[in-house]
Design a protein around this ligand. Structure first.
Ligand code: ARG
Ligand code: ZN
Length: 858
């Protein structure tokens, strides 16, 4: 384990290595506790030939060292678990052979080489390769790999996989071997090996230029049928990248392996993606529609990395958003094309506002392209990924699809085979002021845009003013807008524009901009930031009457949904403060959209969902009482459910799609019926919900009903949850859903319940998915996690401190839930601080130490 050194890495200190590593031959003889790794790498001078060769390691044991085939004398090098130094390297090309031994079964961190359910697998991004062998473990050193994997010839025909193309495989001296060659130079983080007894679904894909690619998805034997959907998603991703970006696949094979113990979602290793099995395995009986769309998105994301990440990689980890933000943008676009653009946008923005905006406003905030970090694992954040994708989207909005595609083509042409920077990328696009746009990458925090309207004597003026976040600069902001009259959008071509510039429906905003329209005979309303055209807070005077009017007039689905959410949020805030606003007007407005047959069902389902408790915490901003948040939310849900009873009953009576239809249209239909059911259940109409929870054969339906009962604290919830548990306890991914629903119950004994569940025979700190399903879900239970007496904070601290000894990445990730403790009232804040200080005193890994240090400081 890498213990805390408190050292910070700075972007400005970037320097290339003094040696290149053009090729590496690895021989990996797998063994559960004594895997032997023989690493023969060619090095050649690239800089100062007087520099020593300094390679990274992490917990390595060196057993042999040779230079150009001759044993090295002990004085020629220095080897510690975390470093190998060749003191005086030859001044020309040379080969260094290092043999190390590692123990996969003792690897609980799930970085480097480990075993999951008996299957050997690797995770090298960001710095896991150094846990396998000594190397220049950094993304700007590109190497051609030749890999020989050896394993005992155990029964059940184990498969042995690595990157690139298969050269040979077979048996030799009682062992199995396979020989892989990857012709594309790649950094260490994209290296992978997998070995074990696995089942597979296979297929072929013919690329646009007519090349056949063998596809395979490997899963636990017996679960092959559950990988069919992932295979279909993979083929659609491959086709889409050809049509939308002209990107073709480049190897003879593409393999995906699903493993059950994985720290993140998935990993884009060249030609051999390794996945958390939750993003591969699906069956309508066991997976929800959300699981299906998640699989489609993650399969696409990892596949798209082949060009944005692998063919063009990152110069250093400060450039992480270069591959992640861009690839998230690409997978969002793919999902929009596969499903519904409007619904995809709402989902993406909801996620951004719920996770990224709070991160950007709290102690863990950092720029999309940070200038420093203490632990790289902690930079795989929603800011780098989701805000990173928003920056690409703004770029796209500014220049339009045609110029964007042209810029992407230039990027692929100019930087293929290199390790690039964000500046390299931006330089490929025809932006008016690239340096001004770069500020989006340098500044942390979310800008606010103030929106003011005035109407006097037939003259309407719309004024927008940018207010940068603390310490931030003015940036170009694309505002997609329309000004709506009674009968539609006004023609803006004749409007007077001061300061900002208007091109089509896109206003480029700097400090401020004003649009004036004369000669009107009625007051119009502006629909601003259509499609959420920029990741900003919109500060506009609260006006329910205007929002109601927008609900009638706006043709932009995102803004329509946003207006409905603002209306609901207004009532929610009022409840929180003990106000007595009636729900009738809200019920009427959202009921009308929910029942509108012209809108797609998935969109209507979103309108029926109240803003989350987290959203309420966000707008309240300071001294929040978590119990009042919870009570206000429960109350309003119940009141709306009762007030909308008739509308909801009609929606629930819509014909159900077939249980095994997982296409988007069927998913939307189920979403609408279940959103109606959720409210109705809170309003007291529980009978049909109980039946659905017990009898539904489709997991989306069954889980939605169960959730509705649990969220409403229905008397039937206990029995329904027990039945669900007993029916699915042998299906790990389904049991995780059960753990999450239990963790989110909010009935005053949540902390105690979660402690009991930690003693459940199937709970284990070893499996990250299980930990996240119980403890991660618990941190989203606002009233329980933020319990005034600190019991929720202590629970998380105990788990994280224990986990810090085994899997620091997962421990650190859980602790980010403390990011918002300062928004709560004094007793909660003080309790959280005390608990964090305690975690800090006991922190062992650099991951946990870094997160806690930032939580306590910023
Ligand atoms: N590059 C992976 C992705 O597709 C994420 C892997 C991060 N893993 C880690 N241990 N930090 O987004
Ligand atoms: Zn990624």
């Amino acid at each position: 384990m890498r213990t805390d050194t408190g050292q910070t890495v700075h972007l400005e200190d970037y320097a290339p290595t003094p040696y290149r590593a053009p090729s590496t031959t690895l021989m990996i003889a797998l063994h559960p506790t004594r895997t032997v790794v023989r690493n023969e790498t060619a090095y050649e001078p690239a800089g100062n030939v007087d520099d020593p060769l300094v390679l990274e390691g992490d917990g390595l044991v060196l057993v042999e060292a040779q230079l150009d085939g001759m044993a090295l004398s002990a004085s020629a090098y220095e080897a510690t678990p975390d470093r190998f130094v060749l003191k005086v390297p030859p001044k020309k090309r040379f080969t260094l052979t290092l043999v190390t031994i590692v123990s996969p079964d003792d690897n609980t961190e799930l970085m480097g080489l480990y075993r999951s359910n008996g299957v050997y697998c690797t995770q090298c991004e960001a710095e896991g390769f150094r846990r396998i062998t000594y190397a220049y473990d950094r993304p700007d050193v590109l190497t051609v790999y030749d890999v020989l994997v050896l394993a005992d010839d155990t029964p059940g025909e184990p498969v042995l996989l690595s990157n690139g193309n298969l050269i040979a495989s077979g048996k030799m001296g009682g062992r199995r071997y396979s020989h892989w060659h990857d012709p594309f130079p790649k950094p260490t983080y994209l290296f992978a090996v997998v070995a074990g007894v696995l089942g597979a679904v296979t297929d072929t894909f013919t690329t646009q230029s007519g090349k056949a690619v063998d596809l395979a998805i490997y899963v636990e034997p017996g679960k092959e049928a559950r990988a069919e959907y992932a295979m279909d998603a993979l083929k659609r991703s491959m086709r889409w990248d050809e049509t939308r970006f002209g990107r073709e696949y480049d190897l003879d094979v593409f393999n995906i392996v699903a493993v059950s113990d994985f720290n993140m979602g998935a990993m884009e290793n060249k030609g051999l993606n390794v996945f958390n099995d939750r993003y591969v395995l699906a069956d309508p009986r066991l997976a929800t529609d959300t699981d299906y769309s998640g699989i489609e998105a993650v399969i696409a994301h990892e596949y798209f990395h082949n060009w944005t990440g692998n063919r063009i990689t990152c110069r250093d980890w400060f450039q992480l958003c270069l591959k992640e933000g861009l690839t998230v943008f690409r997978d969002q676009e793919f999902s929009a094309d596969m499903r519904s653009r409007a619904v995809e946008r709402i989902e993406d923005v909801r996620r951004l506002r719920l996770a990224q905006f709070p991160e950007d406003a709290g102690p863990l905030r950092h720029p999309v392209r940070p200038a420093e970090y203490a632990e790289i694992s902690n930079l795989y954040t929603t800011t780098v990924y989701e805000k990173g994708a928003e920056l690409i989207r703004m770029l796209h909005t500014f220049i339009g699809e045609t110029a964007f595609r042209r810029g992407m083509d230039t990027y692929f042409e100019r930087f293929d085979g290199t390790a690039a920077t964000v500046e390299d990328f931006i330089s490929c696009f025809e932006l008016d002021e690239p340096d001004a746009f770069m500020r989006w990458y340098h500044d942390a925090g979310t800008p606010t845009v103030r929106v003011d309207e005035a109407y006097v004597d037939g003259r309407y003026s719309l004024q927008l003013t940018q207010c940068p976040p603390e310490g931030g600069a003015i940036k170009p902001i694309p505002v997609r807008l329309a000004v709506l009259g009674q009968t539609g959008a006004l023609d803006l071509s004749g409007a007077g524009v001061e300061e900002g510039s208007l091109c089509g429906d896109i206003l480029t905003l700097k400090e401020s901009a004003t649009i004036n329209i004369d000669g009107l005979n009625e007051e119009p309303i502006a629909s601003v930031f259509r499609g959420f055209s920029a990741p900003v807070h919109i500060d506009r005077p609260v006006d329910p009457v205007r929002d109601m009017a927008l609900l009638e007039r706006d043709s932009d689905p995102f803004n329509l949904w946003d207006a409905s959410q603002r209306l609901a949020l207004g009532v929610l805030v009022d409840r929180y403060w003990g106000g007595s606003l009636e729900v009738d007007a809200l019920a009427e407005s959202i009921g009308r959209i929910a029942a509108d047959p012209r809108m797609e069902p998935a969109f209507r389902a979103f309108v029926l969902q109240l803003p989350s408790r987290g959203t309420l915490v966000e707008v309240l901003a300071g001294d929040v009482d978590a119990d009042k948040v919870d009570a206000a939310h429960q109350e309003l849900t119940a009141a709306l459910g009762a007030a909308m009873a008739d509308t909801l009953a009609k929606l629930r009576a819509r014909p159900a799609p077939t249980a095994d239809d997982v296409r988007a249209a069927a998913a939307g239909e189920r979403a609408l019926r279940n959103a109606a059911q959720h409210l109705a259940t809170a309003g007291g109409a529980r009978e049909a919900t109980v039946r659905q929870a017990m009898e539904a054969t489709n997991m989306t339906d069954r889980l939605a009903a169960l959730n509705a009962l649990a969220a409403a604290n229905a008397p039937e919830a206990d029995a329904a949850l027990k039945a669900f548990h007993d029916a699915f306890e042998d299906e790990p991914l389904v049991l995780n859903k059960w753990f999450s629903i239990e963790a989110l119950r909010s009935d005053g004994r949540s902390v105690e319940r979660v402690r009991e569940l930690m003693a459940h025979p199937k709970f284990s700190l070893k499996n990250p998915n299980r930990v996240r399903s119980l403890i991660g879900a618990f941190t989203q239970n606002i009233a329980a996690f933020h319990r005034a007496d600190g019991a929720g904070y202590r629970l998380l601290a105990e788990v994280a401190t224990t986990l810090d000894q085994q899997n620091p990445q997962v421990a650190a990730r859980l602790l980010t839930a403390f990011g918002e403790y300062r928004r709560f009232d004094a007793p909660r804040r003080e309790a959280a601080r005390a608990v964090l200080q305690d975690v800090q005193a006991r922190a062992r890994s650099s991951d946990v130490a870094d997160i806690v240090r930032r939580l306590l400081k910023g």
